[in-house]
Ligand binder design. Sequence first.
Ligand code: ZN
Length: 465
Amino acid sequence: MKKINYLLIVLILSIFSSKAEVIDSAYVYNHYSAVADKIIAKVMSDSSAWDRMAYMCDMFGTRFSGSESLNHSLQWSYNEMKKDGLANPTLEEVMVPNWKRGKEECELLFPKSKNIKISALGRSVATPENGIDAEVLVVKDFDDLDKNAIFAKGKIVVYNVKFLNYGQAVQYRFRGAIAAAKYGAVASLVRSVSPVSFDKLHTGVMGYDDTIPKIPHAAITHEDAMLMQRLQDRGVIPKLHLHLTCQTLEDTLSYNVYSELTGTAIPNEILALGGHSDSWDLSSGAHDDASGCIAGWQVLKVLKEMGIAPRRTLRSVFWVNEENGTRGGEKYAELHKNEPHVAVLEFDSGVFTPSAIGFNGDSTYFEILKGIEPLLKRIDKDMILRKGGGGVDIGPMMRLGITGMSLSTNDFADEYFWYHHGPADTPEKVDPMTFNKCIAAIAVATYIYADLPINVIEHEQIETK
Ligand SMILES: [Zn+2]
């Protein structure tokens, strides 16, 4: 990483102002204090972001990649961006995966008959046409599976895994089919990834390994996983009938959507901010991630209404297909890598009290941007600027050397995962004032970073072909 030396700063400053000031965190705090107050007040007094988030969730159906309802919601957002008078509203074509859930049936056959609620995991293959009838092996984790490997052949492996945190529990959703098939299992089921359950299902993406047979993989409720665990603990081997018709069709057309607030001095330099437009097919995706998309858009709308813009262009982006492909993030990087980006910011952590702006870039700029920390504390007293941060959608840009930023939120009870990837992720779970605090934090951070009177572009890190 290159360091800016003092002389360079002075030289660059002379372009921007007649008197050379040192650009450091004190400058940032002093120079942007008043405008930050105005931005915060304006964001906090506006209810239109929540209204738009709810509209996006309520009016089109779920926004799963490959669905018409996703594309209808994107067309709506594009039209609304135009109505807002934002610059360069654009629908940019992206080919996305097209996995269809199909029919899902699961029944406990022994020791009693019981319907088992089930949700195939994204990418899963179907069962054979007449389904699978097989005995169950319940395991508590991968170690337990390894220890009981000799019992797995011909069975349906049920992962009854306690949720400690998302990163730990999601491994069974993602790698469960591979691990079970390695030992000859004919299908695998994972206890829904969530800290709590009221007989609910959590879906999400799963993976296969091309060297290992692909077996059907689906989620069941905590309650049914625990039932099968108790049966097995009593020495009773449960038997299931499982029938899934899910299939992967040809990739289909969808879009990234963006619009801009044109920079006042260096408009060709861009700070892109947003979230992902797609949701799971079972979910309205209010927290995940309609809110992230709308937040970035709202930053532009509010600044435009205030009649202000930073020196560089702010671009609000709805990246498509984060949930089961990252095609939107990849396409964005492919098409826009030669435009100088000062940063890409993603908000995809759920709408809770904002705790930090993450900054994953040059430490010199981090130290300068530290000046926003006291300004962020006006939104919430515990907010900080911290090193690190990123996101799935901005990953492809970050891998080209672009600075990544993100908003973190305080979700002490893991509340996000009560709703995540399921039918309960609906607008009323998003608190309007908390949402506005998140937007205010993103607005302050991006406005100031995009306005800094220093050359924060490191062109040599942008790969060109
Ligand atoms: Zn998400």
